[in-house]
Write a protein that binds this ligand. Structure first.
Ligand SMILES: C[S@@+](CC[C@H](N)C(=O)[O-])C[C@H]1O[C@@H](n2cnc3c(N)ncnc32)[C@H](O)[C@@H]1O
Length: 287
């Protein structure tokens, strides 16, 4: 379990800690659920331990969403931040909004379609390889039209900074990475963090690793992976996914695959008023 692993590892031995902890909302894999108080108590113990393990210049990325109880939402990253800001030397660099298209359809509030990743560094001299994670420019060949740079590219030809809003499909039932775990990371989410925040051969740790999606990302990027997980079934799935990644046969959605955007000309969006539905299809009602 994570507590044992964290206690056993030497101080300043890890380059990146990336995880999504239990939200303490009574999910299938949560043995107890005392709600937010339990989340805070656990984090008051685990976050200082985790920071102790980071090398100077290392990063900690903590991915959480909302804790929802009796219809009331609490942003868990507020609670994480409140503990982290009291840990010496840890500095928040980004609050990344991870957006995705699928999830529960809510009737009493707007459906949740984003969660966040808080990225902290240990100190100011930290690894950040922007070139490793650039994304295509919106207008790749665009040039300055006037001034001393006229005719030169107006953006970096190698691509732009991906920004702090990341649209990466979550792992639902049709996703190529889907396992029995109810809320696994998409590999692409961790892959971008691994590429930007570590170097080949660095050590990546996920203390709540589920089916080891972060392990797959680390292995794909030639990093060393350490993980802890309580449930034996998830451990076994995780080990097999890591073996597949080592053998070059892991199933994962590439980080640079475009996300489907509904087109305004597609008829599958909102049904216009002059359309009537029959049992199996939509028919245009001609006025
Ligand atoms: C939100 S899930 C993480 C899923 C993971 N990111 C993945 O891609 O599969 C949290 C995981 O933490 C595990 N867990 C809960 N308490 C734990 C503990 N004390 N030590 C290790 N793992 C724990 C749960 O079984 C669950 O699989």
């Amino acid at each position: 379990m994570s507590e044992k692993l964290l206690a056993a590892l030497p101080e300043e031995s890890v380059d990146l800690i990336v995880t999504s902890p239990p939200y303490c909302m009574g999910k299938a894999y949560e043995r107890r659920s005392d709600g937010i108080e339990e989340f805070v108590t656990n984090h008051e113990l685990i976050l200082p331990q985790a920071c102790r393990l980071l090398k100077p210049g290392g990063s900690l990325c903590w991915q959480v969403g909302l804790h929802v109880q009796d219809g009331v939402s609490t942003p868990l990253d507020y609670l994480v931040y409140d503990i982290m800001r009291r840990i010496d030397g840890m500095k928040l660099r980004n609050r990344i909004a991870w957006t995705f298209g699928h999830g529960l359809h809510c009737r009493t509030r707007f459906s949740g379609r984003h969660e966040t990743v808080l990225w902290f560094t240990k100190g100011d001299d930290y690894t950040f390889d922007l070139d490793a994670v650039r994304v295509p420019q919106k207008y790749p060949g665009k040039q300055h039209t006037s001034g001393p740079k006229k005719g030169q590219p107006s953006g970096n030809p190698a691509g732009k900074n991906p920004g702090d809003v990341w649209d990466i499909p979550n792992v639902n039932s049709n996703h190529v990475e889907k396992t029995e775990h109810p809320c696994q990371f998409p590999v692409a989410l961790v892959q971008r963090l691994v590429r930007a925040l570590t170097k080949p051969g660095d050590v990546v740790l996920d203390p709540f690793c589920g089916v080891a999606s972060s392990g797959v990302a680390a292995v794909l990027e030639q990093r060393v992976f350490l993980g802890a997980e309580l449930e034996e079934d998830y451990v076994n799935v995780g080990k097999s996914r890591i073996k597949d990644a080592q053998a070059g046969v892991a199933r994962f959605r590439p980080v640079d695959r475009a996300v489907h955007q509904p087109s305004p000309t597609s008829i599958v969006g909102r049904r216009p008023p002059n359309f009537a539905s029959s049992d199996s299809m939509l028919e245009v009602v001609l006025a």
